[in-house]
Design a binder for this molecule. Structure first.
Ligand code: GYE
Length: 323
């Protein structure tokens, strides 16, 4: 750690120091052995999150960079505590996936004052001061919501009216806000689409199931479920089946993530369409950390590339799906 502290303390992180970038220094190449990174994870709420944690831990292990890891169990206060403890331990870089978008300025300012650069992975903060973090690596959630909406518009091209139930992610989380916004932007162009109910299932399978059970009682004639992640969609499938209906047929389902269980349900015809959101951010995060520690400039926003899957495409992709 100590080697780089003066650079960080001088607040010169974004200034590319000519001659300092000694190439891609791997472990043993005199580079990464003393770097320490603190990562404050959201929790273990979904298959996506588990795959994300695995990707991050695996990439840092491979790189020979020490990773301090904490799981906030989806509570902002726990994440703030973890970040403060990383500041106290004077790690070289702090990375975290903010459980909600707002309320980070104070702790991020503390990190900045301590000269510790922060990388946002996966989820954004809504802070107006973008000097509080060096880079944001993750998906474009508005785009994901739009992709879901575009599929719905096509799928229901011949319908006169479409009743939609939306299962939202964690209230206040960037992917919940943005996936709702992108979707509403697209379907809002045609008044035949109506979101009859929209509630949070907190990105968990049990949350999706519970909400769907309740919503089915008040909206038995719903045509479509839009779930902000696969796990809530999988929970909704259980509720729909328990109500004696056929998921994928009586009620169509579109979700986001494309984790293995979601892809299996898609291949089985229980989900109709999935918008991919890649959790494999580990290697890119290692890359950013190396650059930041070397005093190199990093891109402020790095957007993950992703695709979409139909049922046929899921059948094809499943055998090679890693997560
Ligand atoms: O879609 C969901 C997870 O932040 C993109 O969080 C992530 C989301 C992901 O719980 O499954």
């Amino acid at each position: 750690m100590k080697r780089f502290a003066p650079i960080a303390a001088a607040g010169a992180l974004l200034v590319a120091l000519a001659g300092c970038a000694g190439g891609d220094a791997g472990p043993g190449a005199g580079g990464d052995d003393d770097i320490v990174v603190g990562f404050a994870q959201v929790g273990a709420e979904s298959g996506w999150r588990t795959a994300n944690t695995k990707s991050i831990q695996g990439a840092f292990e491979e790189a020979g960079i020490e990773l301090k890891f904490s799981d906030a169990q989806q509570k902002q206060e726990n994440q703030i505590k973890a970040i403060r403890s990383y500041i106290q331990q004077q790690v070289d870089v702090i990375a975290f996936s903010p459980v909600v978008e707002s309320g980070w300025d104070t702790v991020l300012k503390e990190a900045k004052d301590a000269g510790i650069p922060v990388v946002l992975t996966d989820r954004a903060v809504d802070s107006k001061d973008d000097s509080l973090y060096v880079s944001f690596l993750g998906s474009d959630f508005i785009e994901e919501g739009k992709k879901a909406g575009e599929w719905v518009v096509q799928e229901f091209a011949d319908a006169d009216s479409v009743k939609i139930v939306q299962l939202e992610g964690t209230t206040g989380a960037a992917p919940a806000n943005d996936r709702a916004e992108g979707f509403a932007d697209v379907i809002g162009a045609d008044p035949k689409f109506e979101i009859v109910a929209s509630q949070t299932g907190d990105f968990t399978r049990s949350g999706g199931k519970q909400v769907m059970e309740a919503l089915l009682k008040s909206n038995p004639d719903v045509d479509l479920v839009y779930a902000h992640n696969d796990d809530m969609g999988l929970g909704a499938i259980e509720a729909i089946e328990a109500a004696g209906l056929v998921p994928g047929q009586d009620i169509k389902i579109v979700t986001v993530d494309a984790v293995k269980d979601g892809m299996q349900a898609l291949a089985d015809g229980k989900i109709n369409f999935i918008v991919e959101c890649s959790p494999l951010l580990g290697e890119q995060l290692v890359d950013i950390v190396r650059k930041v520690v070397a005093g190199e400039e990093v891109e402020k926003r790095i957007v993950t590339e992703e695709t979409t899957f139909t049922q046929e495409q899921a059948v094809e992709a499943l055998p090679d799906r890693q997560y």
